[in-house]
Structure formats: C-alpha cells, structure tokens
Design a protein around this ligand. Structure first.
Ligand SMILES: Nc1ncnc2c1ncn2[C@@H]1O[C@H](COP(=O)(O)OP(=O)(O)OP(=O)(O)O)[C@@H](O)[C@H]1O
Length: 626
C-alpha cells in the first residue's frame, strides 16, 4: 500500500477487513509474488464492553492499585491546586499587601510551603510512574501469557488459515500497543479528570467572569486538537501497520532463506524489502511531521488564552474586581489546565488505538478450538491399541472431500502402512487419528471409544508420532529426546537413543547429549533429526505409533539399522506408517492403498502383489527408477 492519506487508507482497510490485499497490488512488477493477509484495522470506535473486558486484566491488582490511586488523586490534586493559591496569597499578603507593609517572613513561609508541595508532587509523580510501570508490565505479562496459552490450544484449522507472521504480530505488537493504556492510561485519566474538575471549580471560585473568558479558548482548542489528533493517530497507526508488514515479511524471509539463496532470489527479496522499508520510512516521516504540528497549535491556543487572561485580567484589576495575586493564581491554574486536557486527549487517542489492538487480541481469544473437548469428556483409559475408522468423510474445506467412505481397522499390535500418490489422503488419516481435525462424517474409535468423547490429553499422550518434518526445539539433544517423556532419566534417554542407533552420532557431537541445538535443529542433518525423533517416540512408549515418511531422509545403511530398530519400536504397538519407499513397509500386516481420498485396495504385500493393481504398479515403478 502506498503512502497516501491515512484516513482514506483506514477507510479502505475497514471496508476490506479480512480481505487479502497485496502490497504489490499497486505495484504490478516483480513484487507481486508476496501476498499477505491484510487483517489490520487502523482503529475502532470506542467500545465500552471491550474496554471493560480489557480492564478486567487490572482486577487482580485491585488491592495494590486502589490505595495508590486514591492517594495519588488526592495528593496530585491538592498539590497542583494549592500552589497557585499560595502564590496568589504571597503576592496579595507578603509582596504587595493592601496595607503597604510587605512581609519577608510570610514570603519565606509561603515559599517554603510551596517548595515542600513541589517536592511532594515530584515524589508522588515519580512513585506513580514507577509503580504503574511495574503493574502495567505485569498486566501485559498476564495478557500475553493468556493469549499464548490460548493459541497453543487452537486447532490446526486455525493455523491453516493464518501465516505465522500474523499470529506473531498479534502476540508481540498488538499486546505491546496496550502497554501505554495499562502503564499510564487508566490511572492518569482519573487523576487528570479530578485535577481538571478542581481547576475549573477554583477558577470559577476566584472569578466567574475571568474564568468564562479564559475558557472560551477551550472549545477552539478542543476542535483543533481533535481534528489534528485524529490525523496524527491514523498516521502512527499507519506506521505500525507498515512495521507489522515488515515483520511478517521478515519472518517469511528468514524461514525461507535457504530456498531464497538456492534460487538466488536475494535481489528480488531485497527489492521487495526496500519497497516496504521505504514505504515504512515515508509513513514514519509523515507521522512525525504531523506530530510536530501539534505542539505549535497547542502553544498558539494557550497563547490566545494567555492574551485573553492578561488583557481582561488587567482590566479587572484596574476596575478593582480582582487583585494582582488572583491574576497570578489564574495564570498558574490556566497553565495547569492545558496539561490534563492535553493528556486526556492523548489518552483518548491511545484508547482508540487500544480498541483496534484489543479487538484483534480478543478475536484470537474468542476463537474456539475446532476440535474442542466436551464438558464431560472422559479420560481414555490405557489402551490396547484397537483402532477403527468408521465410514469417514472428511473435508478441510467445505465441498472438497479429502477422504471419502474410509473404513479401516487395525487390531492392537498390528502395523498398517498407508501408501498412495501424493495428495491421496495419507496424512489426513493420521490427522484424524490424532484428532488434529474431526471427521465431517463417521467416527474414529480406539478400543471402541469414540475419540471425540475423550480428553485430548489422554488421547494424544497414548499416541507417538514421528513426522515427516521433524521438529527439533532449541535446547540440548537430551532435552529434545526427553520431550517424549519429561520424567525420563538420563539413562532412559540414552537407552532410547541407542535402540534407534542415534547414540553413536550423538556422542560424537561437541558436547554429546548436552550439545545445544537451535530451533529446527539446524546443526543436525535431516537423518540425524529423524533419529532423534525416533528416540523421542520410543521414550514416550506409546501404544499407538505413527511414522510419517519417517525413513525418508535416512541413507540405505542407516535404514537397514533402522529397520531393525523399528522392529523393536513397533513390537506390540499398533502402528501407522506412511512411507513412499515401499521397501520399508513390506512386512506390514496391512497395506492400505489410497487414491484421491478413497481406499483403493488393501492387504499384505504378497496379496497386493498378486492382485497386480495400484500397489503392484507403485512397486514396479519404484524398482524401475532405482
Ligand atoms: N490444511 C489443509 N487445508 C486444505 N486442504 C488440505 C490441507 N491439508 C491437505 N489438504 C488437501 O487434502 C488432500 C490430502 O492431503 P494429504 O496431506 O492427506 O495427502 P498425502 O497423501 O499425505 O500427501 P503427501 O504424500 O504428499 O504427503 C490434498 O488434496 C491436499 O491438498
């Protein structure tokens, strides 16, 4: 999206909320390969229900907050309001008293009191800022933790629809943009409202005419600042959106760096990044230029106020309606008057921005896992391992079945191989067994229990899975294996590694089992990563085991060893094995051949070979190309 008028941009965005808009749409050249989900809305109208929902996060800190809030409100208001009075009193009674006898002693006392009040005010403000920073950070911590906990529970369906970058931005940027609201916003607003009320009362008390005259500038100031603030707010939000796009792109660029380098697409990436970077810079420049116009506007308005005050004030002094001291008190109060108004305006802007961020956060929070647990879901007792798929129809997207009429059963201890062309539905069967998705029709049962009626924890803890894309988390090799069973001892970890022939390569690493690996296991080869995930699965000792393309990245020599290890691994467990290399599944009890989501044939290797059907064709094709 190009620079342009931020309000217009906002309207466009609001109108197209949730639609896919490409930055590149406006720039039809090489950048068009990058398309990001545009889910940013600049701001939302103030919404009380949502604000209340946000403020609920302050509730746990009510006990600490309330006393501080009350003390701050009282102290802040008293000190702010008392000082002008003191100065006024000093002028009228110590410097220029009506009896013509100035009193230095009284002046010192008043000056001392004023100094004391300033110190209290400074101390109170410093304390409030520190205190609110601490509380604010805790609230942000809670909110982020809640959000993270929730998105961890969300089902695959949720992640299918969203790029990782956009989820990342909500947990980081959107939560961050609520920081101001929680650290300063809520408490300052109350303190400011109280001060403003106090000042208005005092001005009216000092002199009604002068108070009304001075406050004439308030509507002008209000009008100008509202309009300007709106533009500034949009401009900063526009900056935030541009930055959030950079984040999304950066995430993708780093994840895909190997492919980018392999296809020497660095320049294309750089061009796109440059484009986004310069759009971001322009947006920043515009926001910052607009921001700078705000100060002078406030100054001009308060100068007008001061002009009215001194012109009309002097006139009132000459007419003996007020004293010089009262005029000074007025000048002070009016000075203090703009401050809270200004802050309240800022706060209002902040709240509108918070509305948009909180809406995005709550949208995730309200998202329910599509494979939720029933309220009365029971614990799946330790299973034998009988698995049945009963007349399954499954659609990822409505009207496009990925599986049709699937009925398949495995007795405890049997090994089932799933084969078929790419996209035939093998992984989908596994996804249903782990309940990453629920079937559209039909049911999956383990030991006769419909898996929709049991808790996810009790189900998944009894299934071990070695995925095609083995995921290694940042940490040591030992931790990564122990991921299978957190309470396993070091000896158990090593035994599992030995059983799958991972021990030898692990002990040859720099720090053996304590070698630190980074996210996704970048220092390990694909085969090594798979061996680690084998050890992880073995350690978990599940009754049901899923191996998805598990031997794909292992060399022939290791594969032979792995075949041996697999025998141990599969012993007594029900296993589902997806393998493109058909040699690895020859010994399975049942080989299920899938085609376009339906079971085409099934049986043992010998039976299927005799049938000379699809499986025979697949095997023949594989030998031909070997
Ligand atoms: N998350 C998803 N959203 C929508 N459609 C999907 C999703 N995952 C898979 N599909 C579709 O479902 C069908 C079956 O996919 P599946 O991943 O089960 O195939 P597969 O046999 O495991 O393929 P491969 O051997 O390539 O891993 C495919 O047409 C695929 O495009």
């Amino acid at each position: 999206m190009s620079g342009g008028n931020p309000s217009a941009a906002a309207e466009r965005r609001s109108a197209g909320h949730g639609s896919v808009i490409s930055d590149a749409a406006a720039d039809t050249t090489k950048r068009s390969r990058f398309v990001y989900q545009d889910d940013d809305v600049i701001e939302k109208p103030f919404n009380w229900a949502q604000m209340r929902r946000l403020l609920v996060y302050m509730k746990p800190y009510k006990r600490q907050l309330l006393p501080v809030l009350i003390v701050m409100m009282v102290l802040g208001t008293i000190t702010k309001l008392a000082i002008p009075f003191l100065i006024s009193y000093a002028i009228d009674h110590a410097i220029q008293p009506a009896d013509g006898n100035p009193s230095l002693r009284l002046l010192y006392i008043i000056a001392g009191t004023a100094l004391g009040l300033y110190i209290i005010q400074w101390g109170a403000n410093t304390f409030r800022i520190k205190f609110m920073n601490v509380i604010g950070q805790r609230i942000i911590y809670d909110l982020r933790a809640d959000l993270f906990k929730h998105i961890q529970k969300l089902s695959f369906h949720f992640y299918d629809k969203r790029p990782a970058g956009s989820v990342l931005v909500r947990v980081t940027n959107d939560v961050n943009s609520l920081q101001e609201l929680f650290t300063n916003g809520a408490v300052n607003t109350l303190v400011d409202c109280m001060q403003l009320l106090g000042i208005i009362i005092i001005l009216l008390f000092l002199n009604v005419q002068l108070a009304v005259a001075v406050m004439i500038t308030v509507p002008i100031m209000f009008l100008v600042s509202t309009k300007l603030r709106k533009r500034i707010r949009f401009a900063w939000q526009d900056v935030r959106i541009k930055q959030s796009r950079i984040n999304s792109h950066l995430n993708e660029a780093i994840q895909g760096i190997r492919v980018t380098q392999a296809y020497t697409q660095e320049q294309a990436n750089m061009d796109y990044f440059d484009h986004m970077n310069s759009v971001n810079k322009k947006s920043w420049d515009r926001a910052s230029a607009l921001n700078q116009t705000f100060g002078p506007v406030i100054e001009i308005t308060s100068a007008i106020g001061a002009f009215v005050l001194f012109m009309y004030g002097s006139h009132l002094i000459q007419s003996d309606v007020i004293t010089v001291g009262v005029l000074f008190a007025f000048a002070q109060c009016v000075g203090n008057f703009w401050e809270p108004i200004n802050r309240l305006g800022q706060m209002y802007s902040q709240m509108l921005i918070a509305m948009a961020s909180s809406e995005r956060i709550f949208e995730f929070m309200d998202e329910q896992p599509s494979v939720g647990e029933e309220d009365h879901a029971m614990q799946l007792p330790p299973v034998h391992g009988d698995v049945a798929f009963e007349n399954i129809l499954f659609e990822y997207e409505k009207g496009r079945p990925a599986l049709r009429g699937i009925s398949l059963s495995a007795q405890a201890g049997q090994s089932i191989a799933l084969v078929g062309h790419t996209g035939s539905g093998k992984s989908t069967i596994i996804n249903l067994l782990c309940r990453f998705y629920d079937p559209t029709e039909g049911r999956v049962a383990i030991d006769g229990f419909d898996i929709r009626n049991v808790t996810l924890e009790s189900l998944r803890s009894q299934i071990g899975i070695v995925l095609q894309d083995t995921f290694i988390f940042s940490g040591t090799i030992r931790d990564n294996i122990r991921f299978g069973r957190l309470d396993a001892t070091d000896t158990e970890v090593e035994e599992a590694a030995k059983a799958v022939f991972a021990h030898d390569f692990i002990v040859n690493l720099k720090d053996g089992y304590d070698t630190e690996v980074q996210e996704r296991g970048n220092v390990l080869s694909m085969g090594q990563r798979q061996l680690i995930s084998f050890a992880r699965a073995l350690l978990a000792n599940p009754r049901i085991l899923i191996l998805d393309e598990a031997t794909a990245s292992i060399d022939t020599e290791t594969e032979l060893k792995i075949q041996e290890a697999l025998k141990t691994l599969l012993e007594g467990r029900t296993s589902f094995i997806i393998a493109h290399r058909l040699s690895t599944i020859r010994g399975c009890d049942n080989i299920v051949v899938l085609d376009h989501g339906v079971i085409q044939e099934q049986g043992t290797h010998e039976q299927l070979m005799r049938m000379r059907g699809t499986y025979y064709g697949l095997v023949a094709a594989q030998y031909k190309y070997m």
